[in-house]
Design a protein around this ligand. Structure first.
Ligand SMILES: Cc1cc2nc3c(=O)[nH]c(=O)nc-3n(C[C@H](O)[C@H](O)[C@H](O)COP(=O)(O)O)c2cc1C
Length: 170
């Protein structure tokens, strides 16, 4: 699948088949994250791969009771280890993690799997369940598995609503 096809096919999957993800596919997906760009090549991303059914269930209340988090065969807790601010005053860690996560989402799509970003969670509860130390930022979670639902037509702003040329004209 080429990159544009993967971008078009990716969607937020909120229903998963009760079927594990092959280890080979999981490794290929995690390797796609490893190859992402990062500020100063710090690679400030760390991933906790959660497959244990009981642990996944315990994540549901920590994720605002989003039931699909317990249903997905894999939940990734995507973390950063620093509070490093770039010269532009933006934090590098969450940006690095987000880029790597989208590599994961697109790689998963190209392998026939599906994902959903999860930002609605209580970081302290996630830390507690997964024994993540307090100095580590839990940036986002992501579910991963074989889809059991269908994508909706994506609703997006038109290009001319988000792009201007040469100067700010919005
Ligand atoms: C940073 C971020 C956090 C998100 N958090 C959640 C979430 O907690 N629960 C959820 O169901 N979807 C979540 N989403 C998915 C968005 O709702 C979804 O990407 C958006 O509605 C566009 O739909 P699509 O991904 O199917 O194209 C999140 C997406 C992003 C990028």
């Amino acid at each position: 699948m080429d990159i544009f096809e993967a971008i078009k096919k990716r969607y937020s999957c909120r229903a998963y088949q009760d079927k594990p993800v092959e280890e080979e596919k999981l490794n290929a997906i995690l390797n796609a994250a490893r190859l992402a760009p990062s500020a100063r090549n710090f690679q400030d991303w760390r991933f906790v791969v959660v497959t244990d059914a009981n642990t996944r269930k315990s994540l549901v209340p920590a994720c605002n009771n989003q039931a699909f988090i317990g249903q997905a065969p894999i939940v990734l807790a995507c973390c950063s280890t620093t509070q490093y601010l770039m010269r532009c005053s933006q934090p590098a860690g969450p940006i690095d993690v987000a880029i790597a996560m989208e590599h994961i989402a697109l790689a998963a799509t190209s392998l026939g799997l599906a994902t959903c970003w999860v930002g609605s969670f209580y970081p302290d509860q996630i830390r507690n369940i997964l024994q993540i130390p307090t100095h580590i930022g839990v940036i986002e979670l992501m579910t991963l598995g074989c889809p059991a639902d269908q994508p909706n037509e994506p609703k997006r702003l038109a290009l001319d609503q988000i792009v201007c040329r040469e100067r700010w004209t919005f």
